[in-house]
Design a protein around this ligand. Structure first.
Ligand SMILES: [Zn+2]
Ligand SMILES: [Zn+2]
Length: 220
């Protein structure tokens, strides 16, 4: 896998792009019709419905040859859809439009999908951390907002500092025997999540599973 580039992954948009994201609340984020939820029922059905089979391991649209050759250290990944228009707007507004509540809502949608797929429930939920400078600038970690929404919906324990803690105490077993759910806003190459999964496994997690709001599709 190519090296992760956290700076590029989280690059700030232009001012014009920021302004375009300031859609008033109470409107559907995709079609701008009045809606009590971030997506109106029609957009929810259209864009968050079944969009075809995906690789259970990395959530790319099937068939995925990559996981057979070099599987990531997480054993399963679930997503709501592709990080592509128009859904990419949701994550961009979450990150750059000062809308942390959108993260909670995306987490709820992911939890519903997790439960609908009858996947084994994780014992705890952790989020990919945000670089300290970015966290100061934004005021919240979008991955943690999604993780909290997921955990609240399924009444699971969410731990904001688990990854930082297990990196600080790398050799110690701090997470014995647990199946942990690792949450991020977008999976692109998968390297960030793979490295985070490795840290959790080193700290004693029995298994790491992943939920991401959106998945970057293959370039083709
Ligand atoms: Zn809509
Ligand atoms: Zn795969």
């Amino acid at each position: 896998m190519p090296a992760a580039d956290p700076a590029a992954r989280d690059a700030a948009p232009t001012l014009a792009a920021r302004l375009a994201w300031l859609l008033p609340r109470g409107l559907c984020q995709l079609c701008a019709l009045p809606s009590g939820e971030p997506l109106c029922p029609a957009c929810l059905a259209q864009y968050f419905g079944d969009d075809g089979p995906r690789c259970p391991r990395c959530a790319l649209h099937a068939p995925c040859g990559a996981c057979a050759l070099a599987p990531p250290r997480f054993v399963r990944a679930l997503t709501l859809g592709d990080y592509a228009p128009p859904l990419d707007r949701l994550v961009e507004r979450l990150k750059f439009g000062a809308q942390p509540q959108l993260g909670h809502w995306l987490g709820t949608q992911l939890a519903r999908r997790w439960a609908a797929a009858r996947l084994p429930l994780p014992h705890g939920v952790v989020a990919v951390p945000l670089a300290a400078g970015r966290l100061r600038e934004r005021g919240y970690n979008q991955a943690w907002e999604i993780a909290r929404g997921f955990a609240a919906t399924l009444r699971l324990r969410a731990d904001a500092a688990a990854l930082a803690r297990c990196r600080a105490t790398a050799a110690q077993s701090t997470l014995p025997g647990a199946r942990l759910l690792l949450v991020d806003d977008v999976m692109t190459s998968g390297c960030t999540l793979d490295a985070a999964a490795a840290a959790l496994l080193r700290a004693g997690a029995a298994e790491v599973v992943v939920a991401v709001a959106l998945r970057t599709p293959r370039p083709d």
